[in-house]
Design a protein around this ligand. Structure first.
Ligand code: SAH
Ligand code: DHB
Ligand code: MG
Length: 226
């Protein structure tokens, strides 16, 4: 029997979910994780159950155009890009060229190179280029880069996502920092995100707290109103 709910329990439950629902080996995602680990990259990708949630949400909105902020080793990228139809495209924005290099090798190994457009650079600098290229309109956006800029990414995403599309931001709760006035600038940005969404008539938004192998955190989900 698991003890009182603590981090060990959260990890054990994630392991149970993976061991049942994802019992069939996923060689591509496993290889992507191993390559990122070998490269010494931080293990801050979404968990396996969260990756599956992203894939379910992409399919729910029939995503053909996906935008991701924060590629890291391409774990969430691969989970989402796999749901795309043959003419689909996922654009993913990554600041760190070393992360991008590992991610691109993972994406190629996953046979998804034709469906993924990986852009190296600070996302706020890449976004005007995407606008100029006429990128979008996106069906699904996953915001998971530098947390202080989540509100700015959300605002851009909203202007480039179709009605009925979905925008999801990771790491909005961060162990409860969001309600801690001393929680730092990342936490302050998540409060700002909520204040901004509250005033934004174009979306229906909620935030769901999560626990799991990566601790206590949460997602903000916003559907663009039709
Ligand atoms: N989405 C990934 C995890 C991303 S971790 C997954 O779940 O598999 C956050 C990533 O954002 C890191 O790779 C970091 O280098 C990148 N990042 C940080 N600041 C950024 C910026 N300004 N623009 C784009 N990417 C940024
Ligand atoms: C960090 C970033 C993430 O996207 C995440 O899910 C967890 C941690 C980080 O920068 O520490
Ligand atoms: Mg994250």
């Amino acid at each position: 029997m698991p003890g009182p709910p603590d981090h060990n329990t959260f990890s054990a439950v994630d392991a149970f979910v993976a061991g049942t629902l994802f019992a069939e080996q996923d060689e591509v995602l496993d290889a992507a994780l191993a390559a990122a680990d070998d490269a010494g990259m931080p293990q801050i990708q979404v968990t396996a159950p969260q990756a599956r949630l992203l894939a379910i949400l992409c399919r729910t909105v029939n995503a053909r155009r996906i935008l991701e902020f924060g590629t890291l080793g391409g774990y969430s990228t691969i989970a989402m890009a796999r749901t795309l139809p043959a003419d689909g495209l996922l654009t993913t924005l990554e600041f760190d060229p070393d992360h991008a290099e590992v991610a691109w090798a993972n994406i190629e190994r996953a046979s998804l190179a034709d469906m993924v457009d990986l852009r190296i650079g600070a996302a706020l600098e890449t976004l005007p280029l995407l606008t100029a290229e006429g990128a979008g309109r996106f069906d699904f956006v996953f915001i998971d880069a530098d947390k202080v800029n989540t509100p700015a990414y959300f605002a851009w995403a909203l202007d480039h996502t179709r009605p009925g599309g979905l925008i999801v931001a990771d790491n909005v709760i961060r162990g409860g920092d969001i309600v801690d006035p001393e929680g730092g600038e990342d936490a302050a940005a998540q409060r700002k995100l909520h204040e901004y969404l509250a005033e934004e008539p174009r979306v229906t938004a909620t935030t769901i707290q999560t626990v799991g192998a990566k601790g206590y955190d949460g997602f903000t989900l916003a559907m663009v109103n039709g």
